[in-house]
Ligand binder design. Structure first.
Ligand SMILES: [Zn+2]
Length: 256
C-alpha cells in the first residue's frame, strides 16, 4: 500500500505533467497538487468563489498515470480528459482506491480528511510529545499506524522508523523517555526523507506516474527481512504479528 513517500513521489512527478492543463470533463483548470496524509489533492479553478477538488487515495494498489487517449487497460477505473490531448487515469488493480470530486469544503469534510493527524513529515517534536502524552496507553507501533495520530505512516515505514530509533514495536507509549521520543521523531523524518529521495518503495504493483520504480525497498533495514542479519548488530531480524500486521524488528537492538 502506498505510504507517505510513495504518495509524495506521485505528487511530485504528476504535478509537472498536469498542472496548468484543463480537465475537459469538468471544464476546470488544474491549479496545483497537494498531498494530505496518503491522499493526493488536485486543486481546480472555479468561476464561483467555491474552490473545487479532485482527490485520490491509492489505498492498496492505486496508481495515477498520464496516458494517451487511446491507451486501454482493464484496470483503469476512472479517466479524465486533459486539454493537451492526454488522459489522467486512475489505475487500480484491487479496486480499493477512492476518488473524490466536488467543492473543496465538501471533499475535505470526508471522514478521512477530518480525522487526519498532523503530517508525519513535518510534525514538530512538541506535537509528537503532546500526542503521546494524550494517548497514555497502547503500543508504539499501533500509535504510528493510526492516521488519526500521525498522517502518512504505514507498515513498512513504521518498521523502518522503529528499527532506526532502536525501539521495540510493542513498547508501551507510557514508558518512552524524553530521549527516546526525540530519537523517534528524528527517525520518522530521516526515514521518510530517505525514502522520498529514493522515490519510495516499489513492491508488486506500485510505480511512479512516469513508469519509474522506487529504490527504497532494496535499501530497507528491517521490513520483510525475517531471519536475516541486522545491519547494525548482525543479530537476527524477527517477525511478529502486532496490531494485526507483520512487524519486523531486531532481536538485540530493539528490546522491551
Ligand atoms: Zn540489531
Amino acid at each position: 500500500m502506498p505510504e507517505l513517500p510513495e504518495v509524495e513521489t506521485t505528487k511530485r512527478k504528476l504535478e509537472p505533467l498536469i498542472k496548468g492543463r484543463r480537465i475537459l470533463d469538468f471544464d476546470r483548470k488544474i491549479l496545483g497538487l497537494e498531498r494530505r496524509g496518503k491522499a493526493i489533492l488536485i486543486w481546480l479553478s472555479s468561476a464561483s468563489p467555491k474552490q473545487y477538488l479532485l482527490a485520490f487515495h491509492q489505498r492498496m494498489s492505486g496508481r495515477l498515470l498520464v496516458v494517451e487517449r487511446d491507451f486501454k487497460d482493464k484496470y483503469i477505473r476512472r479517466r479524465f480528459k486533459l486539454s493537451d490531448g492526454k488522459d489522467l487515469a486512475f489505475h487500480d488493480v484491487r479496486k480499493f482506491g477512492v476518488v473524490w470530486y466536488g467543492p473543496a469544503k465538501k471533499v475535505l469534510s470526508d471522514q478521512y480528511f477530518r480525522t487526519l493527524g498532523p503530517d508525519a513529515l513535518t510534525v514538530s517534536l512538541q506535537s509528537i510529545k503532546n500526542l503521546l502524552i494524550a494517548k497514555k496507553s497502547g503500543k508504539i507501533k499501533s500509535f504510528l499506524l493510526d492516521q488519526k495520530n500521525l498522517a502518512g505512516i504505514g507498515n513498512i515505514m513504521a518498521d523502518e522508523i522503529l528499527w532506526k530509533a532502536k525501539i521495540h514495536p510493542e513498547i508501551k507509549i507510557s514508558t518512552l523517555s524524553d530521549n527516546e521520543i526525540k530519537t523517534l521523531w528524528n527517525s520518522i523524518r530521516a526515514v521518510l526523507q530517505k525514502s522520498i529521495k529514493l522515490g519510495g518503495s516499489s513492491m508488486r504493483d506500485w510505480f511512479h506516474p512516469d513508469g519509474d520504480s522506487g529504490g527504497y525497498f532494496e535499501r530497507r533495514r528491517a521490513y520483510d527481512r525475517e531471519g536475516k542479519k541486522c545491519f547494525r548488530c548482525r543479530s537476527k531480524i524477527l517477525r511478529k504479528k502486532i496490531a494485526g500486521r507483520s512487524s519486523y524488528f531486531c532481536s538485540k537492538c530493539q528490546v522491551i
